[in-house]
Write a protein that binds this ligand. Structure first.
Ligand SMILES: [Zn+2]
Length: 239
């Protein structure tokens, strides 16, 4: 058996754990970022949708107006045609009937004109709404890009810090006994990035379960690595 100073090894593991805890937390934060970016993008796209539908309503109104203008022109044309036929009629009865027909056509045309004015009014209002929505969207776009930038620069910050931590980790690793390191890393991977924990007030700081007095004695002997019987983490005592 080589002469491993277990107390010193535990102290190195604690330094390693401090690095690994930060790595674990940063990686968790890093993993959530693409999702956050997607959500911000989605919210902005949904806001764009309102402008699209307002613009569609505006174009629909324009089309309605054109249709009505065509209808009006047709009515007016028909009215003129009746007017020219008016003087070629023979009997008073025919004349009166035609006159009535002309009156009806004019009344129809007038109704269409009212309808056109109504559509024009709606078109103006819709246009104002579209313009307002465009301005609002510009603000939303600013907010979105601000948010996007914030997320992207945080990602870069995390990546830089992770690179630093990995370098620090590599510096510490040669100091750890190979077998102890293998055990530490196995626990680290299985126990949410926390492999070594203190015993305080007779309880494991990893799982909060009771640690018996004889286990505490074993830890204090520094003869071998002692793990929590419940969560399997390496235990140490702050002396
Ligand atoms: Zn435990």
């Amino acid at each position: 058996m080589s002469t491993i100073n277990l107390k010193a090894q535990l102290e190195i593991l604690l330094r390693l754990q401090a690095i690994d805890t930060e790595i674990y937390n940063l990686k968790a934060e890093r993993e959530a970022k693409p999702q956050q970016l997607q959500e911000a993008e989605k919210i902005f796209q949904e806001k764009k949708q309102r402008l699209t539908s307002l613009e569609k309503e505006f174009f629909d109104l324009q089309k309605q107006r054109k249709d009505k203008e065509l209808e009006l022109a047709t009515k007016e044309e028909a009215g003129k045609k009746l007017q020219t036929q008016l003087y070629s009629l023979k009997t008073n009865k025919e004349y009166q009937a035609m006159l009535q027909q002309i009156q009806d056509t004019k009344a129809d045309a007038s109704l269409i004109e009212d309808k056109i004015l109504e559509i024009l009014d709606k078109t103006d209002k819709k246009k104002a709404e579209v313009e307002q929505e465009k301005l609002r969207l510009k603000e939303e776009e600013k907010i979105f890009f601000f948010e996007k930038n914030k997320i992207e620069s945080r990602i870069k910050e995390i990546d830089d810090r992770l690179a630093q931590l990995e370098a620090q980790r590599k510096q510490v690793l040669p100091e750890v006994d190979k077998k102890i390191l293998a055990q530490y890393e196995r626990i680290l991977n299985n126990r949410d990035g926390l492999a070594i924990v203190a015993v305080e007030n007779n309880s494991c700081k990893g799982c909060n379960m009771f640690v018996p007095a004889q286990v505490i004695n074993l830890i204090k002997m520094y003869e071998r690595i002692i793990t929590c019987e419940v969560c399997n983490r390496i235990l140490y005592i702050n002396e």
